[in-house]
Design a protein around this ligand. Structure first.
Ligand SMILES: [Zn+2]
Ligand SMILES: [Zn+2]
Length: 341
């Protein structure tokens, strides 16, 4: 008899249903994970609203922690009962990029919760190579916010922070909080933040930000030592992604500086100031997943260089999620869904 489980299944625009579905069956080199926590993020909201190109129905959820329930043949590094976090992006392992050690460029990767059944369920299956043990010092709830940390980590890893750089982060969400910490860890002399909500300032300060300006008054930062030291910021990170913040990034960066475009609030930008990009000799970076860096990110957390414990500030249960996804704005930093004790 097939075993069944509870899951949240997306059936199309605005239609998320709680259903009883079969427990996934694992094959060789796969594991079955009993989900404990699963994050809810802007991507899930876009799926809910039908902005992703993949056909319904499927189970969303790509920020997943839990315990190993069952291991498939040939799985050696994990055991039943291990507390784990899952990297939802599954590179193909056979394309040119995967074989050259650049899985982040894989064009054939599948992703749990995006185009494969994900973690908004009692159980989820994943390839063992995408599953990482959670360090003893880290709780399962906090571990659910490792996935949204890996992408910013990969972006800064690509653009680089030189020791003594002055960095500006535009945004005040969890990704912005991560960017501040990563820039500090990588040797920035200062990190400044352009924010929308002043309620985020204490957390941003805890992350290591030194200078602040409200987003509409971002130019106040030009009066700071951080800006004036090098005649503009060495690295600017746009963790928001509106036409306005993209323009601000290009304005606030120094000549010859670097910009990371990370936020994706708008898909296209009319009036993109490419003339300024050329005349200022800028280097622009775009990054999403960073499958090769999961191990490094977990080591940085384990050794106390990156702090994520304070990021989840709201826990909800599966039956509350459909209503939550239909709200345009959330008051918390990061909301996590609880599936089991
Ligand atoms: Zn996400
Ligand atoms: Zn590939």
């Amino acid at each position: 008899m097939t075993k069944t489980m509870q899951a949240l299944v997306w059936h199309g625009v605005g239609d998320l249903r709680s259903e009883e579905v079969p427990v996934p069956r694992i094959g060789a080199k796969e594991v079955l994970v009993k989900v404990r926590y699963a994050g809810i993020c802007a991507t899930d909201q876009e799926i809910f609203c039908g902005h992703y190109p993949y056909p319904a129905p499927y189970i969303p959820g790509h920020e997943i922690t839990g315990t190993i329930e069952e291991i498939g043949e040939g799985v050696e590094q994990l055991q039943v009962g291990d507390r784990v976090v899952i990297d939802p992006a599954i590179p193909c392992e056979t394309c040119r990029y995967c074989r050259n050690g650049r899985p982040e460029f894989c064009q054939h990767y599948r992703e749990l919760g995006i185009n494969e059944n994900g973690g908004w369920a009692q159980f989820v299956k994943a390839p063992a190579r995408c599953v990482y043990r959670i360090p003893d010092t880290l709780g399962d709830l906090s571990a659910a916010v490792i996935e949204p940390l890996v992408c910013p980590f990969g972006a800064v890893h690509a653009a680089g922070v030189e020791a003594g750089d002055h960095v500006l982060v535009i945004g005040d969400g969890p990704a912005a909080m991560y960017f501040v910490q990563i820039a500090r860890m990588m040797g920035a002399a200062s990190v400044s933040v352009s924010y929308k909500l002043d309620s985020r300032i204490p957390d941003m300060r805890k992350c290591g930000a030194a200078y602040f300006a409200e987003s509409k008054r971002i130019h106040e930062l030009t009066d700071t030592k951080a800006y004036q030291a090098h005649g503009g910021f060495d690295l600017v990170i746009d963790a928001v992604g509106y036409a306005e913040t993209i323009r601000q990034a290009i304005e606030m960066v120094r000549i010859g500086g670097r910009i990371i475009f990370y936020g994706l609030k708008e898909a296209e930008t009319n009036g993109f100031p490419h003339k300024e990009v050329i005349l200022k000799n800028l280097t622009l970076y775009g990054r999403t997943n960073a499958p090769a860096l999961w191990g490094k990110v977990i080591e940085c957390i384990e050794n106390g260089f990156l702090h994520i414990d304070f990021i989840p500030d709201q826990v909800v249960f599966p039956h509350e999620v459909a209503e939550l996804l239909s709200k345009p704005q959330w008051p918390w930093v990061k909301c996590i869904m609880k599936w089991s004790e």
